[in-house]
Design a protein around this ligand. Structure first.
Ligand SMILES: [Zn+2]
Length: 241
């Protein structure tokens, strides 16, 4: 029997709405946070020690649930990405309500800018603005600072680990050797890697599409493969780079 999956079936039988559910410690504290940027409570309820609050903002909904004993489902906080119409107004409201906000530059997916904060449960909430802002209206330091802080973070991790070669391997645009110390490692998805000083790593990240900061955060291939090895004798690790 031939079965053809038609687009119209997919639409008719597909998802019609999406309700993210956040488990929170205090439903009221979380609701106050989400109200700052447009959500309002549609319904609320509870049963014994548990409380829930169903929030709406336009067509979007969000369910906050506080249960006792507290449900711990993930070790890391969640990250919620929300697009807003006016990022500056959102930043102003959050700041006025006492939530610290950090501007995070102008990535391709948010040419109007991006910022991050955390909700009362420590979930990271990132706001982006899709509508681009003209170059002269951009917050001048936001872009540079955001990328540079990522590079600095990576550099600090490397210096704690002590695995960098002595000198920058990127060098100048015409192949000039760079005397600066290598502080961060860049990679691409093919596996090419290079060590660079902060300035040349920054320039490379801007210009080499697909290059990213390589970090040793215990979640990479090396750590994964080590879990598949017999515990002893210890496996010699490949020298960097
Ligand atoms: Zn350099």
């Amino acid at each position: 029997m031939e079965f053809r999956y038609r687009y119209s079936d997919a639409v008719r039988n597909g998802v019609q709405a999406q309700v993210p559910v956040l488990y929170v410690a205090d439903a009221d504290a979380a609701r106050r946070f989400y109200e700052v940027f447009g959500y309002s409570e549609l319904r609320t309820g509870g049963d014994g020690e548990s409380r829930w609050s169903y929030l709406q903002c336009g067509e979007l909904t969000l369910l906050l649930a506080a249960v006792t004993p507290r449900l711990v489902t993930v070790e890391l906080p969640l990250l919620i990405y929300l697009y807003v119409d006016d990022l500056t107004a959102t930043i102003d409201r959050l700041t006025a309500a006492g939530y610290p906000v950090e501007r995070a530059g102008y990535p391709d997916h948010a040419p109007g800018g991006e910022c991050r904060t955390t909700d009362p449960d420590g979930n990271v909430v990132v706001f982006g603005q899709r509508r681009a802002v003209p170059e002269q209206a951009r917050s001048p330091e936001a872009d540079k600072e955001a990328r540079f802080s990522l590079i600095r973070e990576a550099a600090e991790r490397v210096s704690r680990h002590g695995s960098a070669p002595a000198r920058c391997q990127i060098g100048g645009p015409r192949g000039e050797a760079c005397p600066e110390p290598a502080e961060v490692k860049l990679a691409d998805s093919w596996g090419d890697t290079v060590w660079g000083c902060l300035a040349h790593a920054d320039e490379t990240l801007l210009n080499a599409r697909g290059a990213f900061l390589a970090t040793e955060d215990g979640q990479g291939l090396g750590a994964y493969l080590r879990t598949r090895q017999p515990p002893s004798p210890p496996i010699a690790r490949a020298a960097n780079p």
